[in-house]
Every structure is written in C-alpha cells, then in structure tokens.
Ligand binder design. Structure first.
Ligand code: G6P
Length: 615
C-alpha cells in the first residue's frame, strides 16, 4: 500500500507534495517523507515517523529550506521494517538517485545480498532500498534514467509503482507501475504523478491512468509513455468528475461521521438510472449482462474486510431471491488454494477501492486458470485495477470515502448487490413483476429510512457511554443479520480497539457463550423476521449469564424488556432488503461514538490503511 506523489512544476513543489500526501494518508500513515532536487542540483530530504503533519513540522524547522521544482514524496504503511525514520521513503543511493515505492519486491533478499557484495550499504530494513541501488547500478551502463528503470524493473518480482528522480537527470521524473496504482496528472502548473487522483485534485482534473507494465519519462513539457515491452504508446487523457469539495470535511468533525451522514445521498446516487419506479434495469450492468446472467449457473464472490461482509449478505439474497447457488470467500484465502470453479460461474469481486491486492490477484489467477467463467466487479472507483480486469462493472457511486473505516461503501455495495440479485433472478425467471416492484419499492424507501435512523443518534451516544471501560464486546444476529453483526464488530474493533466478535446467535451455545460475563456487552440485532422467536430465546440464554445487553430491534419485533437490557427500536416493517442496510446504521454510529469516548484517531486508526495494495 503506501501513497506516492511527485512531479515537476514551475514553482516550488514542496507545498504541492505535502498537501497531496495528506490526501493520500488513507493509504497509510506510519511515516512520511519527501525529496526535492534543489536549485544547486542536490537531493534534499526530510522524513518523519507518523502522519504527514509531523513531516510538515520537521520541514518547517529545516534549514536550508527544502525547495525546488522537482520532487517525490511518500506516506507509508509499513510492511518490511518497522515504522521509523530510517525505513521511511524516499530512499536515496549515493546522494544521486531517489525512489518512492508502493508495493512489495518479493525477491528483495536475493537482490540485497548481491548488492551488498557489490558494496552497496543498506540503511533500512525495507524491500524498497534494493530498487534505488538497482537503479544506481543500472545507470552506470544506461543512456538515460528511463532506460535504467526499464532495465531494472524486469529483475523485480512482486508489485510496484515507482517515482524516481536523479541529480544526474535534473528535469526528469521517471515512473513505472506493475500491480500497484499510478496516475499522471497534467496541469498548467506542471506534470505530476500520484497513487490516486485525490492527491492532485487541487491542481488538476486531467489524468492519464497508466496500465500494468507501463513506464513513463516526465518533464515539465512532455510525458512519454512506454508499454510493458518498452514500446512508446499513447494513453488517453481523461477528465475526472471528482469534485474537490467531495473530499473536504465541511462542518463535520471526522470523515467517518460525514460519510455516515452521506449515506441517504450515496444510496440515491447508486440507484439513480438503474431502477424505474418498479423495475431494475438490466442495462445498468453493461451490454452483455443479460446474456451473461442468463448463462450463469453459479456465483462465487471474493472480497476482503467490509466488502466481504457485504458479500455475506448478498449470498443470502442471491440464493433467496435469484435462487442462484452462491459461495463467498475472503480473497486472501481463495487466491492461494485450488478452488473448484464450475463452468458458467459468475465471479463477483466487491471492493471500495478496486485496488485491494488480494482481491485483484485472486481475480487474475482465476481468470487465467478458468476460461468458461464471467467476471463482475462491484466497485467504488471507476478507474481502478479491478474495473479494468472485469467484464461487467457496477459502480457504487458512494463518492470518495476517506475514513479508513468503511461506511457508505458498505451500504451502497448492499444496494448494488440487491439490484444484482433482482437482475439475475429476472434472467432466470425467479423474480416476477410483483416481487421486482416490491424490492424496487424497498430500495426507493432506503434514503428516507436511513435519514430517520440517523436522527436517533442522540440515543446511541447515550448507549456508547457504557463502553468507556470495556475491552470486549459480542455481536449477535441470525441470517443476514449475522453478516451485519460481523460488520458491526469490525467497525467497533477497527476504530475503538475494543476486541469485538460476531456470532450467529444460534451458535452461541456451542462455545462462545463461555465468553459472556458482566463486563462483556452483547449487542444483538432483532429484525421482525421468521427467526425472531429463535433470537429471543438466544437473548434469554445471554441474560441468564448476567451480561449487559443492547438490542436494536424493529418496532414490530417487541423484544420483551429484561434486566440489564436496553432495547432500541430502529424503525418498523423492515424487510429482507431494507433490514440489513438499516440495521448497520446504528452500529456504525455506536462505533463512532465509542471511538470518540475512547479518544482514538477515528479516521486513521492505528495499524490500518484504507486501501491494502500489498498482500
Ligand atoms: C482494508 C480496509 C478495510 C476494507 C478492506 C477492503 O483492509 O482497512 O476497511 O474493507 O481493505 O477494501 P476494498 O477497497 O477492497 O473494499
């Protein structure tokens, strides 16, 4: 993972690099660093542990000032080597070459041994340092920085996006990408590179999205791109429709809070042009969708984290609504086994970023091994690696999600998966007009229902107070609510560091009930469905063990009040589509307010990153 930014411009580049780095912090914030080529042709560097603001402070104190028109910068999520100044990028070799890297060089140990034997000294524990030494070595026999980089990348196993500058080639920044994202931004201030468009939105809307294996030589007035065979190639310039204010906090205290409250609009945007008042439009999934869906006999979903939890809900929907056999697995496991993939499988990837390495690699490896399958991605980023690798694309239109903890991505993924369940059900004649109209009606009611649920925030703030001294929590749910319980537990552990686990309520008695004591709150979700009575019995089992309980119920569920139990009615008449999407809202708010009480860094919780582009 990690975020990189760089460029060459007419003025001092340092402020542009720092402001871009702040926007890339969602990719990691263990350390940050910058290297700028000064006017007297020297590489000047600053690095600091922690967030970009620490780097900024250190730069302000530095004399002489770090300034110049050519530079690269990096925000790190540690993989090889602890978060420390020594391990922070950019790395420099012999004061002449400097590199920022996102990805992992898997054969770095072998390269390191060879380079040590050649006399290169290592100052960090990172895999990246071999890159800078390789380039330095290759420059001795190459006619340009570009040629040296094209030569060395062929010796790397693993993934990389690279930004490289050298005092021997002032005026050039050279980039390469394979397996990690990299874009070029074109502005009247100069030419820039970054891991993501958001880093450059202040200065440009014009971007080139590099493809796998591309390298590019960038100067103030030129951008020359080469494909994986080192042949010069044209790549289209696209105009981004991302708005700068979409990534500003506005009146909110945290991005997570803003994104929770954006959900009614995010769902509206996701549904727009995809449904009429009573039908789901198959065209929303692309030209060939109808044929592909009609021929689909099995579904395999792969995803990670929150996106995996959305897929868990979808498994219920796809089997219940579309009657389509559906499996789901976390991508990091799926990619490393030999799964049996039946012909006519639709392989669905779900991802906010579209860059999660495990999901992407799982998709690539299955595509390579199985020809008679089709692929669909449900993704929030139009120009991402997953959208490029997939035949069918359904964008979630949640807008940029900055907070590491996913919220609006999850609910828009669910809305998209509900559309998909109906679409596939229609192609297989499992969904009649009446059922379709009723599901579309539920989807249309979602923004209003979410808004109403958000209005109950003050009650949730009260509930959050009781978590102040808690170290463990248990979430319970049955059916799709088990997936929602998992997502609720993930949110709480991610941002408040309370150890939280979710269980199917019926499974409690087979082991997890041993964990229950008065200091372990139990949070249960009680929709008014066919499993309600079973859930009520499970709640009795918990109550007998003296735990503090919080139950989020449908008003019609009528969970009987018990000692040490708070029952909060969310709304009423939620159905199989609306219930999972609505019941996650109080759990998101609960985690947010518990995190505030615990005083954690809500948007940037420790050890995490939003987009994990390494294994
Ligand atoms: C990281 C994030 C999670 C996210 C997961 C999958 O681990 O911290 O919040 O759910 O990646 O990300 P994706 O972009 O593929 O949905």
């Amino acid at each position: 993972m990690c975020g990189i930014i760089g460029g060459i411009c007419k003025d001092n580049i340092t402020p542009i690099l720092l402001s871009g780095l702040k926007r890339l912090e969602y990719r990691g914030y263990d350390s940050a660093g910058v290297v700028v080529l000064s006017n007297d042709n020297k590489l000047s560097r600053a690095r600091a542990v922690g967030k970009v603001v620490n780097l900024e402070t250190s730069i302000q104190k530095q004399s002489p000032k770090i300034q110049g028109s050519l530079g690269i910068a990096h925000t790190r999520w540690a993989t090889h080597g602890e978060p420390s100044t020594q391990n922070a990028h950019p790395h420099i070799c012999f004061d002449t070459v400097s590199v920022v890297h996102n990805g992992i060089i898997e054969n770095f140990l072998k390269l390191k041994q060879e380079q040590k034997a050649q006399g290169y000294a290592f100052t960090s524990d990172t895999d990246t340092e071999v890159i800078v030494h390789s380039i330095h070595q290759a420059l001795k026999t190459s006619e340009s920085l570009l040629k040296a980089i094209q030569k060395v990348v062929k010796t790397f196993e693993g993934t990389y996006s690279l930004g490289v500058i050298s005092s021997e080639y002032p005026g050039h920044i050279v980039v390469a990408r394979s397996g990690s994202p990299l874009i070029i931004g074109i502005s009247d201030k100069g030419n820039f590179i970054a891991s993501d468009q958001v880093a450059l939105l202040d200065i440009t809307k014009k971007f080139i999205f590099l493809k796998e294996g591309d390298t590019a030589d960038i100067t103030l007035n030129s951008i020359t791109i080469y494909n994986q065979n080192d042949r010069q190639i044209n790549r289209a310039i696209k105009t981004s429709n991302l708005k700068n204010n979409q990534i500003d906090l506005g009146d909110y205290k945290h991005y997570m809070q803003k994104e929770i409250f954006e959900q009614p609009q995010a769902i509206r945007d996701t549904l727009e042009s995809r449904i009429t008042k009573d039908t789901v439009l198959l065209s929303a999934f692309g030209h060939h969708a109808e044929t592909i869906f009609t021929n689909t006999e099995h579904i395999q979903i792969i995803a990670c984290g929150t996106s995996y939890n959305a897929g868990l809900v979808a498994k219920y929907w796809l089997e219940d609504i579309a009657k389509m056999p559906t499996n789901i697995e976390v991508a990091s496991e799926y990619r490393y086994r030999n799964p049996i993939v039946l012909d006519n499988t639709l392989l669905i990837t779900i991802s906010q970023s579209g860059e999660t390495a495990d999901t992407l690699e799982a998709l690539k490896s299955i595509k390579k091994r199985h020809k008679n399958i089709h692929t669909l991605t449900i993704c929030n980023c139009a120009e991402s690696s997953l959208t490029r690798e997939s035949e069918l694309i359904l964008l979630t239109h949640a807008g940029p999600e900055i907070s590491v903890a996913s919220t609006k991505s999850f609910t828009t993924q669910l809305a998209s998966l509900a559309l998909l369940s109906v679409a596939i059900g229609k192609c297989h004649k499992q969904v009649d007009k009446q059922q379709e109209a009723s599901i579309v009606d539920s989807l249309n009611r979602l923004p209003g229902l979410i808004k109403k649920t958000l209005e109950q925030e003050s009650q949730i703030i009260e509930l959050a107070r009781s978590f102040k001294d808690k170290f463990n929590a248990i979430f319970l749910g049955r059916g799709t609510m088990h997936a929602i319980a998992m997502e609720g537990a993930l949110k709480l552990k991610e941002i408040s560091y309370i150890h939280s686990e979710a269980f199917p309520a019926g499974e409690l008695k087979h082991g997890p009930i041993a964990l229950i004591d008065k200091d372990t709150p139990v949070i249960a979700i009680a929709p008014n469905d066919q499993l309600l009575d079973k859930l009520k019995s499970n709640l009795q089992e918990v109550k007998s063990r003296g735990s503090q309980m919080i139950v989020f119920e449908d008003e019609m569920s009528n969970v009987p009040p018990m000692k040490n139990m708070t029952v909060m009615s969310i709304t009423h008449n939620l159905g199989r589509i609306t219930a999972p999407i609505i019941f996650i809202i109080p759990l998101q708010l609960l985690s947010y307010h518990v995190a505030l009480i615990k005083g954690t860094d809500v948007d940037k919780p420790r050890n995490l990153a939003k987009s994990v582009t390494v294994e």
